[in-house]
Design a protein around this ligand. Structure first.
Ligand code: SF4
Length: 210
């Protein structure tokens, strides 16, 4: 769950110099190996039942970020890497490709993406291959609430972990699957990982205090 602090309504950006995002997190330990900077993109039409991030579905919600500025920020904060989550990153595939390339240009050594698409679906999306060429790890597939996992980087058992380079191995993901609550300096409350519905309700209420 991501609670944007200052949403701006409007259409998804079309130019690949821009990307619509729900929020960003400077330091997370539950979104891949090590301590990682995270960006949640905005917009998803896949409609998984029990989705953890319904606030990210509206393709006109969130804020529009300049890709170079976002890449600078992520690279500055990435200790062990960068993770792109959603929303659905490949519904802005040209922007995702541009962001991934910009992160590599800035020396980010570990780059992973969560997507609701499987590999066969990604093969049919223009610019998806261009984006994937820059990635180390892809967590792919719809979230299926009936197959929910505990203690895994994949939220449901049907999702697949794809290693696109030799940067990471399965053991790098041992102990993943936790939940983090971050309260940012501007008061934004960010819940990341795979929280229960009760925890999501509690954190949403926390974000409405004050
Ligand atoms: S792909 Fe992700 S953001 Fe989209 S509905 Fe499924 S779980 Fe939610």
């Amino acid at each position: 769950m991501v609670t944007p602090s200052s949403p701006q309504a409007g259409p998804p950006p079309e130019a690949s110099t821009l990307i619509r995002i729900a929020g960003r997190l400077a330091d997370s330990g539950v979104n891949g190996p090590g301590r990682r900077a995270v960006v949640h993109v905005q917009g998803c039409t896949l409609g998984c039942g029990g989705c953890f991030n319904p606030e990210t579905h509206d393709a006109g919600g969130g804020t529009v970020a300049d890709i170079d500025e976002l890449a600078d920020w992520l690279a500055e904060h990435a200790k062990d890497g960068v993770t792109v989550s959603g929303g659905e990153p490949f519904q802005q595939a040209p922007a995702l490709a541009a962001l991934a390339a910009a992160l590599r240009q800035r020396g980010v050594a570990s780059l992973m993406v969560f997507t609701g698409y499987d590999l066969a679906e990604l093969a049919a999306i223009p610019s998806a291959a261009e984006a994937m060429a820059h990635l180390d790890v892809l967590v792919a597939g719809r979230f299926e609430a009936t197959q929910r996992t505990e203690g895994s980087i994949a939220a449901s058992a049907n999702q697949r972990l794809h290693f696109l380079t030799d940067r990471h191995a399965p053991e790098d993901f041992d102990g993943q699957g936790g939940v983090e609550i971050s309260i940012l300096p501007d008061g934004q409350v960010v819940l990341t990982g795979f929280p229960s519905p009760a925890l999501r309700r509690g954190v949403r209420a926390l974000g409405q205090l004050g």
